[in-house]
Write a protein that binds this ligand. Structure first.
Ligand SMILES: Nc1c(C(=O)O)ncn1[C@@H]1O[C@H](COP(=O)(O)O)[C@@H](O)[C@H]1O
Length: 160
């Protein structure tokens, strides 16, 4: 069970969620993409959650905007960890998405990231960190990623 599922509530979330799949590509992590809305496709959502483990999903990343029930409803239907990404909505700039995802009742956790692009990237990094617990190759790539990031920050300070 090594795959990640990247699920979003609408195709309109893809420009944000692509930032997550770009990172998964960089770390050579196996993933599938899905558009599944808890609101618009409730039966599909339930089945997807219930079958997540047998379909090999070790971690699920779920991006949704507005009344963002998708991550929580996925979490309700699986025991694989769910990472929720609040999409930056137009009307409320993602505050609606953030509060919908983060305020889960106790017993059904969703690990919630920041709003928008930083959140999508961090969701992929968190998923990689979870896989790295049992995958040495991913762990090595994470260490390299951190070293490169540190080096770039040091270089930027020198050029400042
Ligand atoms: N939050 C949800 C859910 C859900 O939580 O089930 N389904 C769609 N959506 C969100 O609605 C926003 C607008 O979607 P459309 O652009 O398709 O109207 C998207 O950000 C999507 O994630």
């Amino acid at each position: 069970m090594r795959k990640v599922a990247v699920v979003m509530g609408s195709i309109s979330d893809w420009s944000t969620m692509k930032l997550a799949t770009d990172i998964l590509d960089e770390f050579e992590v196996d993933y599938d993409r899905h558009i599944i809305s808890a609101h618009r496709m409730p039966k599909v959502l339930q089945k997807f959650g219930e079958q997540a483990q047998e379909n090999g999903y070790a971690v699920l990343i779920a991006g949704a905007g507005g009344a963002a029930h998708l991550p929580g409803m996925l979490a309700a239907n699986t025991i694989s960890p769910v990472i929720g990404v609040p999409i930056e909505s137009h009307a409320l700039h993602g505050m609606d998405s953030l509060l919908s995802i983060v305020q889960m009742p106790s017993g059904v956790p969703v690990a919630t990231t920041a709003i928008g692009s930083a959140g999508a990237k961090n969701a992929a990094l968190l998923a990689a960190e979870i896989l790295a617990l049992t995958d040495k190759k991913v762990a090595e790539k994470l260490i390299e990623f951190r070293q490169k990031q540190t080096q770039e920050a040091i270089e930027s300070e020198k050029q400042f």
